[in-house]
Design a protein. Structure first.
Lengths: 124, 278
């Protein structure tokens, strides 16, 4: 395979990836938000005291499971998770594109950042 | 107010924060946390959670445009993200241990600093930069587009920049903001990047930094979907419009107005923290 991967190509792909991630997550958050307001719009909610969230909204697997059961707050949370995944996908793609450029120092740099991000998301 | 009314009002406030943030280049999230806590009586943990996800959205949306235009130095961004993400995870854990008054006062100090920075004028291109040998090894020296064609620049003090970025990341995780002002300090004061390169590269790193703390925020229950929904959608819409208007707007006086708003909110935060009204 003879192609020349350049910084400019990386910039184009990263730009498109970031834009798509934000648009998709905003769409999911909006859909879940409308559904939430239809169900609970007439009620009251107070955010003055901190109670955390129910356990199912605090883990990646719990959020996905609740969204699949059509829980409106779960659907919003899936949209927010897609948003969090957008820069993580960008770092993953950076690692690949630095590899294509044979810039192995920056492959390692990207993988270190990716490891910190995955640790942050999933925890110990 | 019922939930629909509350959601709409929060959306409008977030829209304005996003609009002003994009027009002044300060980002909307730094002002969102005080707006939510002072005006809407939202607990500072929920406010930080909603602001943090909004930071990811605005940073990614703006970065998409800047990266394509060729201002962003992706190598510098990637390298310094090691420091900002580790700092962000530590900052997010610190947020769970720090009393809310402490968080409010630290936020106020960062706001005061941001207000001060936004009032200053910056030279477009630094002169007499002493290049750091490490920046050569790491292939950080770059070029950026100007009306006269591509212009090259050299990079200074990589390790000092790295240290400052660790601090910026910690603040970002602790407060749920992008801490763009601290990032720009590291990039243009320490590493001597041209103004457009430092602002766009700072913005490029903000989304990844916030994503590193988001997991900790999620597990601790800081991210409330029904609050984050109008905040995130409002900020995204506002900053999108702001980016469109940017070329035509008179940003000089807007920056001054925004600086005054930020400083007022910072003082109000300090007052409320000291008098136990948070």
């Amino acid at each position: 395979m003879s192609f020349n991967w350049t910084d400019e190509k990386t910039e184009q792909v990263i730009g498109n990836l970031l834009r798509a991630g934000v648009l998709i997550s905003a769409f999911v958050v909006l859909a879940g938000g409308i559904y939430y307001l239809v169900q609970h719009g007439a009620g009251h909610k107070d955010y003055h005291e901190f109670h955390g969230q129910p356990q199912y909204l605090c883990t990646v697997s719990g959020v996905v499971a609740s969204a699949l059961k059509h829980d409106s707050r779960g659907i919003i949370q899936v949209g927010l998770l897609l948003l969090v995944l957008t820069p993580i996908a960008r770092v993953f793609f950076s690692a690949i594109s630095f590899g294509l450029e044979k810039d192995f120092t920056y492959v390692v740099v990207s993988l270190v950042v990716l490891a910190v991000l995955i640790y942050g998301l999933l925890g110990s | 107010m019922n939930t629909i009314e509350f959601t709409l009002v929060v959306w409008v406030a977030s829209f304005l924060a996003g609009l002003l943030g994009a027009l002044t280049g300060l980002g909307g999230a730094a002002i969102l946390v005080p707006v939510l806590t002072l005006w809407f009586h939202v607990h500072i943990h929920y406010a930080a959670g909603a602001a943090l996800v909004s930071v990811i959205a605005t940073s990614s949306g703006a970065a998409a445009a800047y990266v394509k235009e060729g201002y962003t130095n992706i190598r510098i961004g990637m390298f310094l993200e090691i420091a900002t993400t580790i700092g962000a995870v530590i900052g997010a854990y610190l947020a769970t241990k720090t009393p809310v008054e402490g968080i409010a006062i630290i936020l106020a100090v960062v706001l005061l600093y941001s207000g001060y920075v936004s009032g200053r004028s910056q030279p477009e291109h630094p002169i007499g930069v002493r290049p750091d040998p490490l920046a050569g090894v790491l292939r950080m020296h770059g070029t950026y587009p100007t009306p006269e064609g591509q212009r090259s620049y050299l990079v200074s003090s990589v390790s000092k920049g790295f240290g400052l970025m660790f601090g910026a990341g910690t603040l970002s995780g602790l407060l749920g903001i992008g801490s763009g002002a601290v990032k720009v300090l590291a990039l243009d004061q320490a590493m001597k990047l041209p103004f457009k390169v430092s602002t766009t590269t700072s913005n490029f790193m903000i989304g990844v930094t916030a994503a590193a703390s988001a997991g900790v925020y999620l597990r601790r229950g800081y991210i409330d979907p029904s609050l984050a929904m109008p905040v995130m959608l409002g900020v995204v819409a506002g900053s999108f419009l702001g980016a469109k208007l940017l070329a035509r707007a008179k940003t000089q006086w807007l920056r001054r107005v925004f600086a005054v708003v930020i400083i007022t909110m910072a003082l109000e935060l300090i007052f409320n923290a000291l008098t136990g009204r948070l």
